[in-house]
Ligand binder design. Structure first.
Ligand SMILES: [Zn+2]
Length: 534
């Protein structure tokens, strides 16, 4: 971990301003001041945890750093081997159980816990360490919003995600079809970084080739326990993402017979009741990148939906419609996408070997929605091509047309209908279909943001997504090839419902400290060098 304080602010054209860098001791003292303010009782309703990394005294395994977490109840040092060394008061991370709040009725009975002592934070140490492993983009501290924090004035919604906690980090994961063992729903979990090596393996990439561009092992592993049976010499794999689909509610609705497409996939495969644990923060672009590279944010470089790059002095906002087609610009050099892995072993023919639909992280894919946007030359990216999308009110897959009154839900419905049409065209026959197809759907994110999990609009967004899935499965049935295909379905994060009575911001308290800082997200706190006038 380099010394962040050695990075100066860009001073181009500001000759009269000098940057005063801080000594390590000064920087540490400032961080202490910030932690102290953020963990005050006054902010306890909106600040769940503050996390950062420090030089460890007895943990040389991760470049000498250890993960730290604090709240108003106490402070803990989290070691990679799972030990919790309580430094002060009570352990604010009382549990790391990835299966917490299961079976699902336990989550329904205790949604959005008010105290971190009643919550769970799976893989806390490794996820925190990864967030802080980028030399220029990692913040000095990260604030974990309390699950109930409602902050619409800063971009928050009724349904929210981003936390280190188990429910916002729990994405669904199921595997189905050719080469998958049929076990139904199992009381197990995985991690989203496992998706890339698992899909690559199903697509035929040898184990020895599951490496990043620097030749290092991935952060994820192949989920071999769910693979078995006959595999085809020319495998066909379809990865499906329902953005923000809530794991517990998804499986509940499937069990209730409301998601027939999903039920069909589960019947021919396996679904993990504990889902797949997202990387921290549990936000979209960070996890799409982890899913498709097998790396945590400290290695792939997409630290959040918004972050600050000290090396360039830039505020980077990769998660917006005008920037999705530029995602490759923010990937660190060690990244290899799953498309690049598969392309390295499949010979180039007339048909695309890899396809990537409605997904930002598309580098290397032979067929890609974002590549079409880049080729269009439209400077505003996907945002400038709305007039080419199908009419949402003519959609056969929208269960309640009143949801289209929301512009985000409506736009997502258009994009998802276009994605289905692309899928049907790409899959004209088994022979011409790509070896690996990645199909991202987004209306589930809109539904869950609008109403929170279990709301009518969230559940309808899952029903809409399932209707599109059923339509595609029926298309494969007509071709007689469904049983030749391997499916994986997941999401990028979970969701919890905020409480409109729990509002506020930690910004005024930080500003009173008089320490220069940036707060991106909000939640990523970058401590800045002093600017002094000459
Ligand atoms: Zn998302």
């Amino acid at each position: 971990m380099p010394d962040h304080e050695s990075f100066g602010l860009a001073t181009r054209g500001l000759e009269s301003i000098v940057v005063c860098t801080l000594s390590a001791a000064q920087a540490s003292a400032r961080r202490e001041s910030v932690v102290s303010v953020l963990t005050s009782r006054d902010l306890a309703s909106i600040v769940d945890l503050v996390v950062w990394v420090e030089v460890g005294t007895d943990d040389p395994s991760v470049a000498g750093m250890v993960a730290m977490a604090a709240s108003h109840v106490g402070r803990v040092r989290l070691h990679q081997d799972g030990r919790h060394e309580v430094i002060e008061g009570l352990d604010p991370i009382a549990s790391e159980d990835p299966m917490a709040f299961l079976p699902y009725d336990r989550e329904c009975a205790n949604p959005a816990p008010r105290s971190s002592r009643e919550n769970s934070y799976p893989y806390a140490a490794s996820r925190i360490l990864s967030l802080f492993a980028d030399p220029a983009r990692s913040p000095d501290l990260a604030v974990v919003h309390a699950p109930r924090h409602f902050f619409p004035e800063q971009g928050g919604h009724l349904g929210e995600h981003g936390s280190l906690d188990v429910i916002q980090s729990r994405a669904p994961l199921l595997l189905s079809g050719k080469g998958v063992v049929a076990r139904g729903i199992v009381d197990e979990h995985a991690r989203l970084v496992d998706v890339c090596p698992t899909m690559a393996t199903l697509a035929g990439v040898p184990a020895a080739d599951l490496l990043d561009a620097a030749g290092d092992l991935l952060d994820g592993r192949v989920l071999t326990e769910y693979l078995g049976g006959e595999r085809l010499p020319e495998p066909k794999v379809i990865g499906i993402l329902w953005d923000g689909a809530h794991c517990g509610d998804l499986l509940h609705l499937a069990a209730s017979g409301e998601l027939p497409g999903l039920s069909r996939l589960i019947g021919d495969g396996v679904a993990l009741r504990g889902g797949a644990v997202a990387q921290f923060p549990s936000v979209t672009l960070t996890n799409h990148t982890s899913i498709l590279t097998g790396l945590g944010p400290g290695r792939h470089g997409v630290l959040g939906n918004v972050f600050y790059d000290r090396a360039t002095g830039e505020r980077v906002v990769p998660n917006k419609s005008a920037a999705w087609h530029r995602s490759a610009e923010w990937l660190r050099p060690a990244v290899r996408t799953v498309f690049e892995m598969v392309n390295s072993i499949v010979p180039h023919g007339d048909s695309p070997r890899t396809a990537c639909l409605n997904e930002a992280v598309d580098r290397g894919a032979d067929y890609s929605t974002m590549a079409m946007i880049r080729a269009s030359g439209c400077s505003s990216g996907a945002a400038g091509l709305d007039d080419q999308l199908p009419d949402a009110r003519a959609s056969a897959h929208v269960h309640d047309m009143t949801h289209l009154d929301g512009s985000y839900f409506s736009w997502c419905s258009q994009v998802d209908d276009l994605g289905l049409a692309q899928m049907r065209r790409l899959w004209g026959s088994l022979e011409s279909a790509p070896t690996l197809t990645w199909w991202a759907n987004i209306v589930s994110d809109a539904g869950h943001h609008a109403g929170g999990p279990r709301s009518d609009i969230a559940r309808d967004s899952l029903r809409d997504s399932d209707s599109r899935l059923m339509s595609f499965l029926e298309h494969l049935d007509e071709l007689g090839i469904t049983e030749q295909v391997t499916f994986l379905l997941t999401a990028d994060h979970g969701f919890e419902a905020s409480d409109p009575t729990i509002t506020g911001s930690w910004r005024p308290a930080l500003e009173r400290l008089g320490i220069p800082f940036r707060d991106e997200g909000p939640g990523f706190i970058y401590l800045l060098p002093d600017l002094g006038r000459t």
